[in-house]
Write a protein that binds this ligand. Structure first.
Ligand code: SF4
Length: 509
């Protein structure tokens, strides 16, 4: 029995039917269908052997690897099987992308439906379970970390209630071993640890995963050079994984039966680049290496400016797509548009358009969309609504941009900016009020999403029989949303129905 157990809740301990994008569904509010059906659609139980999951989130695997490399007996356990392992453990480590649903997609859904999102409910259920409570009463130490560790700052009441001893915010590699040793030896633990840029581990200090990661995700770099003001990644030092390190992690996943994977970076096209221009030869080598182990590939994130710059420079996306599409027709990535207003872009993300000029940001977006459409990259794109600096005119500019993308095969997801102060209120998700123009933008994105979602779905589930079997559930999910939204007047079928309509040309028709 291990001294240290790492776990998370059901919405995170899932590979979302092998389709990472479906994981977004766990940030939703379970309306229209029962919660159990939502869990089945978006966060089904992970395959496991006696409670030891086949795959776990990459962040969990990294911490597990660091502890194992340091000789600490550590086990990743599925939350439904914690009772089998927890009684002899001295430390329980938790990780989550969104403990309380304060992250952008969850908080957007929560604000719209005025209810707590699925991921937050699921995590609370884990912490309120008899198993965790019993272990806490026995004296187990609980340390929480992961990308959403910052959220505990706004829920210190729950730290006390659930007996969280320490929260680690930031990259954990350089502190986790020390903290866990202290916890095992019953020494005093700090309540909050914030790991800044100066605490960032070097590439050599980052352990390679020992077991399979969810959907074969592996990191290729950390940090980002663009420095957007609303983004915490900005604070991280830029580091690139060498090919040998990447290959070791590919081999781990391959050995454990994973055949598809995601390359993770804040901007995959900028792998190996210290400026804003992609290094195409390095990207080609990276993708050829990855294809040795994975039949299909996706990207976690990319920037529109890098895609466009690379294509203009030396046909980067076209050349990389030829490697990717050997065994697949298309691939996905999450890409931030954030705003259609060059004025607002200049304030919140002055480097996002580089090497192009921010004043041309909407044209960069549309041109990059054309490049992606030709190459077969189908993105999930994000917008930020409600930034403190945002004016009505900025929202109209964003509406105009989305209109130009009306026929572009993508999902465009507006997310609310949540002023941190609001989070102190337990009912924060009731606090957000939309202006009429913001509502028009949401209506436009929802209409775009339903329209393009159906197109995307047709290609999304065409790999093997299992997907053909579950496909009707997702189709009827979209149809139900469409029916309800139409009834409530939230859908437009044509751009002329939009109250703020600029009648722009539609380059993707
Ligand atoms: S480009 Fe993306 S990852 Fe980089 S700072 Fe901006 S929002 Fe963050």
């Amino acid at each position: 029995m291990a001294d240290v157990i790492i776990t998370t809740d059901r919405t995170m301990m899932s590979n979302h039917h092998g389709k990472e994008f479906l994981g977004f569904g766990a940030t939703g509010v379970p309306v229209l269908f029962p919660e159990k059906f939502w869990l089945y659609l978006f966060a089904p139980k992970m395959k496991n052997k006696k409670g030891i999951p086949w795959q776990a989130s990459y962040g969990i695997r990294k911490i597990e690897a660091k502890l194992l490399d340091s000789g600490i007996d550590t086990l990743v356990v599925d939350p439904d099987y914690l009772d089998r392992y927890i009684d002899n453990a001295k430390v329980l480590l938790l990780s989550h992308h969104d403990y309380f649903g304060f992250g952008p997609p969850s908080s957007t859904f929560a604000s719209i439906f005025k209810e707590e999102p699925l991921n937050a409910r699921s995590f609370a259920r884990l912490m309120e379970s008899d198993t965790v409570r019993r272990a806490k009463n026995r004296g187990i130490k609980i340390i929480a970390g992961g990308p959403s560790a910052w959220q505990w700052n706004y829920r210190k009441d729950l730290m006390d209630k659930w007996g969280i001893d320490t929260v680690v915010d930031g990259e954990g590699e350089k502190i986790v071993v020390d903290l866990v040793k202290k916890a095992i030896n019953n020494e005093e633990l700090p309540r909050f640890v914030v790991m800044n840029n100066k605490d960032a581990p070097t590439i050599e200090e980052i352990s390679e995963i020992k077991h399979a990661s969810v959907n074969g995700l592996i990191e290729i770099m950390r940090g980002c050079i663009r420095g957007c003001k609303f983004c915490s990644v900005t604070l991280r030092a830029l580091r690139f994984y060498p090919y040998e390190k990447i290959e070791k992690e590919l081999q781990v996943n391959y050995r454990e039966g994973v055949r598809s994977g995601i390359l993770h970076a804040e901007d995959v096209p900028l792998y190996g680049s210290l400026d804003y221009i992609p290094k195409t030869e390095k990207l080609i080598k990276l993708h050829e290496l990855t294809k040795k182990y994975y039949k299909t590939i996706a990207w976690s994130h990319a920037s529109l400016a890098a895609i466009l710059a690379g294509e203009k420079n030396d046909k980067m996306l076209t050349r990389v797509s030829e490697i990717i599409k050997k065994d697949q027709d298309w691939w996905g990535a999450e890409i931030g548009i954030e705003t259609g207003s060059p004025r607002l872009a200049e304030i919140i993300m002055p480097n996002k358009a580089k090497p192009f000029e921010t004043k041309n940001w909407p044209d960069v977006v549309v041109e990059a969309a054309g490049v992606m459409q030709d190459a077969g990259l189908v993105p999930a794109m994000t917008l930020i609504v409600g930034l403190p600096e945002e004016t009505e005119e900025d929202v109209i500019k964003t509406i105009e941009l989305v209109e130009r993308l009306w026929d572009f095969k993508a999902i465009i997801m507006p997310m609310f900016f949540v002023p941190m102060g609001i989070l102190k209120n337990k009912d924060w998700y009731r606090a957000y009020e939309l202006t009429d123009t913001q509502q028009e933008l949401l209506k436009l994105c929802l209409s775009h999403g339903v329209r393009q979602g159906k197109r995307i779905l047709r290609n999304y589930f065409n790999e093997h029989l299992y997907y053909y079997l579950i496909y009707p559930f997702y189709w009827s999910f979209i149809e139900t949303i469409e029916r309800v939204a139409k009834r409530k007047g939230y859908l437009i079928s044509d751009l002329s129905e939009l109250k703020i309509n600029k009648n722009k040309a539609h380059p993707f028709s």
